[in-house]
Design a protein around this ligand. Structure first.
Ligand code: GDP
Ligand code: IMO
Ligand code: MG
Length: 427
């Protein structure tokens, strides 16, 4: 079973970094296939805490080759500062591979992200402001800059000119900003070329050859299912495909090669930025989840919106990703509640709806229908096996599994690498 996809089943921040790191010791390659430094993945190893944005979490496992696939958008300055930070802490990053076809987040993409958000006013998406959407827009508009363009100054200059022709009109005439000089951008981008060079590779070939040799490849999603540009809560989404199919296009690996798709699922729900969130809490419970769960964004430092577990969303994630397993995280955060409400369906304009409505209007009107499960008060952070959990915690997990449509194969009971209960092996 050599190729696994690990992705977020909700709105991101489910604990993907920890889950990837946990498997990192047993896999040969960890591949990011979409997104960019909008991601914030926290990994806790012993007393060390790492916050990764662009690099795959496998970078912390010495035997593993980290890969940035063609579907990722790369901000070279962020990449270098992340590499520097890890090197200063003694992490070897020399094995990193970056696809020559990955697109580059240019300084003007970051500018456009910020001005468009400002102009959207109260309709804003609440992006991370990292230039993600505009970079993917340039890719689709065929005016993007790719990593390989840094090695041909003439092509690079022509492409930057083509991209800035329209953007400068927009920036000066519509947004009242200064025009951006082509030369300056070209010079900045060329300045990254030399340091980037040793990492640049034909990652599609590398990964397919690895799979032919029965190596284990793990595809690590950024963001989450409900932030997917096609399958998420559009327009309040990111501009790529975190769902399982994105691993194929974003890494150049055929769907027949994928053997397992693991959805990372938080025992409750969080969301950052704008957009609908049926189980969101505005009361003391929401505040307590935020405080106990440490729900503050790794990338932007924004407080995360918090709410109860939503089984409708989990079932949807199972369907659109073809999930084979769930990794349930942060069960320990729920310790101490006498009763825990779980959303089992929605009420939409007086009707009970069991599945995620495809219409945006309906989803905006969705009110959660709750079932309440009995809680537990015992500390579970030291639990090593399912039977170590208090009966009510076991029942909570079993109930979620039944509602969500795929087996829960691992349970997180704390942020550390070893604070995990393995129910079924992933490899
Ligand atoms: P990601 O973006 O999906 O990688 O998730 P983030 O790193 O943004 O957010 C998840 C947070 O939860 C991080 O601070 C993790 O250290 C932490 N975490 C992950 N799993 C667990 C768990 O089982 N229990 C607790 N208490 N914290 C966890
Ligand atoms: P990880 O990988 C949570 C959200 C932003 C915003 C929307 C669009 O840590 O789970 P973008 O900058 O991508 O154009 O913003 O998506 N968002 C995330 N929310 N976790 C993330 O990554 C996110 N990456 C983007 O808050 O609502
Ligand atoms: Mg995160």
């Amino acid at each position: 079973m050599p190729a696994l996809v690990l992705l977020g089943a909700q709105w991101g921040d489910e604990g993907k970094g920890k889950a990837t790191d946990l498997l990192g010791g047993s896999v040969d390659y960890v591949v990011r296939y979409q997104g960019g430094n909008n991601a914030g993945h926290t990994v806790v190893v012993g007393d060390q805490k790492y916050a990764l944005h662009l690099l795959p979490s496998g970078i912390l496992s010495p035997g593993c080759t980290p890969v940035i696939g063609n579907g990722v958008v790369v901000d070279p300055s962020v990449l270098f500062s992340e590499l520097n930070g890890l090197n200063e802490r003694g992490v070897d990053t020399s094995k990193l591979l970056i696809s020559g076809n990955a697109h580059i987040i240019t300084p003007y993409n970051v500018t456009v992200d910020k001005v468009t958000e400002r102009f959207l006013g109260k309709r804003k998406i609440g992006t991370t402001g990292r230039g993600i959407g505009p970079t993917y827009a340039d890719k689709i508009n065929r005016v993007g800059i790719r990593v390989q363009d840094l090695y041909d100054e003439s092509i690079l200059t022509q492409k930057v000119e083509a991209a800035l022709d329209v953007k400068n009109q927009m920036l000066t005439k519509l947004y009242n900003r200064r025009a951006i000089a082509v030369d300056q951008v070209v010079e900045e981008l060329l300045g990254y070329a030399e340091r980037l060079q040793p990492y640049v590779a034909d990652t599609v070939l590398v990964l397919n050859q690895a799979l032919e040799q029965d190596k284990v490849v793990l595809f690590e999603g950024g963001q989450g299912t409900l932030l997917d540009i096609d399958h998420g809560t559009y327009p309040f989404v990111t501009s790529s495909n975190p769902t399982a199919g994105g691993a194929c296009t974003g890494a150049g690996v055929g769907p027949t090669k994928i053997s397992r798709v693991i959805g990372i699922l938080k025992a409750y729900t969080t969301r950052v930025g704008s957009g609908p969130f049926p189980t969101e809490l505005f009361d003391e419970d929401g505040e307590a989840l935020r405080r106990i769960g440490g729900e503050r964004g790794v990338t932007t430092g924004r407080d995360r919106r918090c709410g109860w577990f939503d089984a409708v969303i989990a079932r949807y994630a199972t369907r659109v990703n073809g999930l084979t397993d769930f990794f349930l995280t942060k069960l320990d955060v729920l310790t101490g509640w006498e009763q825990i409400p779980v959303c089992v369906a929605y009420e939409i304009d007086g009707r009970r709806v069991e599945e995620l409505p495809y219409s945006q209007t309906d989803f905006h009107h969705a009110k959660p229908v709750y079932e309440t499960l009995p809680g537990w008060s015992e500390d579970i952070t030291k639990a090593k096996s399912f039977s170590d959990l208090p009966k009510n915690a076991q029942n909570y997990v079993k109930a979620l599994e039944e509602m969500s449509g795929a087996p829960i194969s691992a349970i997180g009971v704390g942020p550390g690498r070893d604070e995990t209960i393995e129910v079924n092996s992933f490899l």
